[in-house]
Design a protein around this ligand. Structure first.
Ligand code: PHE
Length: 345
């Protein structure tokens, strides 16, 4: 009896050691045989009571060895098969080149915006950011455009459904108002941001775009200061040597002007973008109307100021030679990847 039990246990041990487990079915069979609820080791363990005391320890160790070995073997096989299942489609090749890490790229509008912000920061302007949902008063009234004023027709406005007075700002000029209401002169800010107009979407115009507003209010600010600031900007941004200011109209500046930058007519692109004139229209500007200063609690007798507003997309179109503004808002990766580090992959 005693010998038989030892022999059986040893046989099981070598069976556990030598059984080859290649697939799930074999592993499952093995589990049922050695580890299941009716496994063949159980009767052997039951033999323990028939083993004489002096050999009990030895027998116990042998039985435990079989059991532990069976457990380990099953677990290892299972792990191996699970891993193989995971790697079925992508077996790990440590020598393969790493997956490219896509770090994305800057949006061309952001690139141009940041370049402009940098240019103005170098001469002491600081960035002011404000809300895109504005009220009627900040977007129009305070800027010299009361209700029923025909100038409101210049900009087709998106009003919020629930409200007759809340709207998506049609320009960044309300930031002028908010800044003047909350700061005392001298004020020198630029305000980059998104604006909205209810316009038909085409290659040339969109219902959303970006502007950078500039505002300088202090004592003795003159039109010459405005011109010189804009000339510096044109030189830095376009390498331009000439600018011109054409008389224009905005309800919140007096006098008002539009600035053109001279790009020349050397290339076919210059010809096309300037319609054969060599001049590119870049921004609107003017001296802050004293009425606007008054609306914002600034004494027009003591202070004067200038303001300007630059459309960013127009300049990005020019800079990157893009001929359709809609591309900026479609988030097509094939387009966006051309503007940043991720195009190295
Ligand atoms: N807000 C004007 C526009 O959107 C531009 C502008 C800004 C003009 C500041 C003058 C001064 O057309």
């Amino acid at each position: 009896m005693e010998l038989e039990a030892f022999v059986l246990a040893s046989q099981y041990l070598s069976e556990v050691e030598t059984t080859e487990l290649i697939n799930e079915a074999q592993a499952e069979q093995f589990r049922i045989k050695f580890l299941g609820t009716k496994n063949i080791l159980k009767p052997i363990f039951d033999e323990m009571r028939n083993i004489p005391n002096e050999r009990k320890k030895e027998f116990g160790q042998l039985c435990n060895k079989v059991k532990t070995l069976a457990e380990n073997k099953f677990q290892e096989t299972k792990n191996k098969l699970d891993r193989a299942k995971l790697n079925q489609f992508e077996s790990i090749d440590l020598s393969a080149p790493a997956e490219p890490y896509n770090i994305g790229s800057r949006h061309p509008v952001s690139l141009v915006m940041e370049e402009m912000v940098g240019i103005f920061e170098r001469i002491g302007f600081s960035v002011a950011e404000e809300r895109e949902i504005e009220d009627d008063w900040h977007n129009f009234t305070a800027l010299g455009t009361p209700e029923d004023h025909p100038a409101r027709d210049m900009q087709d406005t998106f009003y919020l459904k629930e409200s007759a007075t809340m709207l998506l700002r049609t320009h960044t000029s309300p930031v002028q108002v908010r800044t003047m209401l909350s700061q005392k002169p001298p004020i020198r800010i630029i305000a980059p941001g998104r604006v909205y107009r209810n316009e038909t979407i085409s290659a040339r115009s969109h219902c959303q775009f970006h502007q950078i507003e500039g505002l300088y209010v202090a004592e003795n600010v003159s039109f010459a200061d405005l011109r010189q600031t804009l000339y510096y900007f044109a030189k830095e941004m376009f390498g331009a040597t000439k600018i011109r200011l054409r008389p224009s109209y905005f309800p919140f500046t007096e006098p008002s002007a539009e600035m053109d930058v001279y790009l020349g007519l050397e290339t076919e692109r210059d010809q096309r973008l300037t319609k054969g004139t060599g001049w590119l229209e870049v921004l609107g500007c003017g001296m802050v109307d004293p009425v606007v200063l008054k609306h914002c609690g600034i004494d027009p007798e003591q202070y004067s100021g200038f303001a300007f507003g630059i459309g960013i997309e127009r300049i990005a179109l020019f800079k990157y030679q893009i001929d359709d503004i809609r591309l900026f808002f479609e988030n097509d990766l094939r387009f966006l990847r051309q503007f940043g580090p991720s195009n190295i992959f």
